[in-house]
Write a protein that binds this ligand. Structure first.
Ligand code: NAD
Length: 260
């Protein structure tokens, strides 16, 4: 379906980004992977993804806090694949603390990675999409783009900001065959969340099962995690022709969390 298209997926060495990269590659897309991690492990995963999907996969380790590295990654993608048709702004980090105890450097880091990197990615790739007459921008936001939780001020501010930027840019390119949308998952069982389950069980003296059901999924009416495969499938759908009139949308995939 996406044969001949090229996607950059930021933060795709783990979790949701990796799942979306795999789904796009399975749909025929060339993919530029990005993210932090052990070089040998990333290379092994890149080779496996290429073998399993038959699509071309490259990796660029641009740090999303560094605009010059973001620009270099986009230039490398254009040079090696010939175009940049799809960007998935997914890289993200979290820090949990009351605002009067929130370390300023953590605030700056979360805003830089979760919000400002999407600004640079978008401003530098939209000209390529406009020239090609087709494009897809997918911003990986969160249920926290729509509702808040305490102690996550930087994350909630960044994700609400990302939702706002999604709508604004969608309007700017609405007649240029480029769609801009935000995906807003509830809890997804990535390595990050897995670690929280064990820690919370120990801290609260309850079973991991109880942590999942009552603590982590307490706000999620279906009591089920969203999976990386669910999000991958949504990303591929947003790139399809059937989704050409979905733009400026902030799409929850959160088991009913933000409906409650
Ligand atoms: P994860 O920790 O598994 O993956 C995060 C990715 O971002 C990794 O590949 C990491 O290397 C990369 N990254 C971090 N800092 C970076 C930097 N400076 N430069 C480049 N890459 C960097 O987390 P995840 O759960 O897969 O989260 C992915 C996205 O989904 C994030 O934006 C997160 O906010 C969002 N999200 C996650 C959940 C969840 O429950 N897991 C829910 C809603 C939204």
């Amino acid at each position: 379906m996406l044969k001949g298209k090229t996607a950059i997926v930021t933060g795709s060495t783990s979790g949701i980004g990796q799942g979306m990269a795999l789904a796009l590659a399975n749909a025929g897309c060339n993919v530029m992977l990005n993210g932090l991690g052990d070089a040998a492990q990333i290379e092994a995963e890149r080779v496996k993804m290429e073998k399993d999907t038959g699509s071309k996969i490259l990796f660029n380790g641009a740090d999303m806090t560094k605009p010059d590295q973001i620009e270099a990654m986009i230039k490398e993608t254009k040079a090696k694949f010939g175009s940049v048709d799809i960007i998935v702004n997914n890289a993200g980090v979290q820090h949990v603390a009351a605002i009067d105890e929130f370390p300023p450097e953590k605030w700056d880091q979360i805003i830089a990675i979760n919000l400002t990197s999407a600004f640079y990615m978008t401003r530098l790739t939209l000209p390529l999409m406009k020239a090609a007459g087709w494009g897809r921008v997918i911003n990986l936001a969160s249920a926290h783009a729509l509702v808040a939780s305490p102690y996550k001020s930087a994350y909630v501010a960044a994700k609400h900001g990302l939702a706002g930027m999604t709508k604004s840019v969608a309007l700017e390119v609405a007649q240029q065959n480029i769609t801009v949308n935000a995906i807003c998952p509830g809890y997804v069982k990535t390595p990050l969340v897995d670690k929280q389950i064990g820690d919370q069980a120990k801290a609260r003296g309850i079973s991991e099962e109880d942590v999942v059901k009552n603590v982590i999924l307490g706000a999620q009416p279906t009591k089920q995690f969203t999976t990386v495969e669910d999000i991958g499938a949504l990303a591929v759908f947003l790139c399809s022709d059937a989704a050409k009139n979905i733009t400026g949308s902030v799409l929850p995939i959160d088991g009913g969390w933000t409906a409650a």
